[in-house]
Design a protein around this ligand. Structure first.
Ligand SMILES: O=C(O)CCC(=O)C(=O)O
Length: 304
């Protein structure tokens, strides 16, 4: 047998069987960063065997996405910045009331498409919005002006959300997702104007969309989210979701585009806005006297 053929057979059917791989954990998938690097050939002198040694490097797990759909309090993490908590009320509004409110808000709110800026380029958000509050709200280098003309229905909803959350919201960002192509990209609601550890109350009306969260990676991951925990919360008609504690410090959230057809959805996010002291980060920028504005990483990521 020629040398070449002999080598091929040793590496194929005649090679020693691989040592048993450890069982894959059930809660996630194991993907070594370089699978080939874990298989070290060792050729014995005069011996036609190919042995594989298990790498001593720890195998990193990709955690499987968890779904949150039960009412109640969900402590999603507890790290150095404190507890991150979601509180879910799936039947916050009775269906008939929610139906009526949805039609009214869809028809009567002053919806428009906001233009944001990224690296000097402008882009239209893939959804419609409107803003209510005594103070303006700036994110992605573009400002929504103060608007104190609250729709009466929004004032009623604000009262109901205040009592459920124990907060006292003074502002509201309304989002309208016209169909499956509308979305909001990964971001945290962590502008300085929202204060420290803000509570955000999100009320959904219309078609169900998936609200996803991903944990922010530690510095050694260099911005790589691959191995970070992920959550999905389906937000159906009439559902209230509260994000509390360190959620904005430690997690990002998004509503992704979908590949199946979706009807319109309105999301009302009640917030408390504070006047920003001079020199503070302002809607995605750190303003320090005498220097050019510096982009905050997180808000750089509120791309769409
Ligand atoms: O539509 C949603 O559920 C999320 C909206 C959101 O993330 C935001 O307004 O910051």
């Amino acid at each position: 047998m020629s040398d070449k053929r002999q080598r091929a057979r040793v590496q194929g059917s005649w090679a020693k069987p691989l040592p048993k791989q450890p069982q894959r954990p059930t809660e996630g998938c194991a993907f070594p960063s370089n699978p080939v690097a874990n298989l070290k050939p060792s050729w014995g002198v005069g011996q036609h065997a190919f042995e594989f040694h298990q790498s001593t490097q720890p195998v990193k797990l990709i955690p499987s996405e968890k779904v949150i759909e039960k009412d109640g309090d969900h402590e999603v993490s507890n790290g150095p910045s404190g507890v991150s908590r979601l509180r879910l009320f799936t039947e916050f509004l009775p269906v008939e009331e929610a139906d009526w409110m949805f039609s009214k808000l869809l028809a009567e709110l002053p919806w428009s498409q906001k233009t944001n800026y990224r690296q000097g380029e402008s882009y239209g958000e893939p959804r419609l919005t409107c803003w209510y509050g005594e103070l303006p709200y700036t994110y992605a280098h573009s400002t929504m002006e103060a608007n104190t003309q609250w729709h009466p229905l929004l004032l009623t909803l604000r009262q109901a959300v205040d009592s459920a959350s124990g907060s006292s919201f003074n502002s509201l960002l309304c989002n309208l997702y016209r169909n499956e192509s509308d979305s909001i990209g990964w971001h945290s609601d962590d502008e300085a104007s929202l204060g420290i550890k803000p509570t955000i109350a999100s009320l959904s009306l219309g078609d169900t969309r998936v609200f996803s969260l991903r944990k922010k990676p530690p510095p050694e991951e260099n911005g790589d989210y691959t191995y970070m925990e992920r959550l999905r919360v389906p937000l159906a008609h009439g559902t209230l979701l509260l994000m509390e504690g360190a959620t904005q410090d430690d997690w990002q959230h998004q509503v992704a585009k979908e590949y199946h057809s979706r009807g319109p959805r309105i999301n009302l996010t009640f917030r408390t806005i504070y006047p920003e002291p001079a020199g503070c980060r302002h809607g995605g920028q750190t303003l320090t006297s005498g220097t050019a504005p510096v982009l905050s990483t997180q808000h750089h990521q509120r791309l769409l």
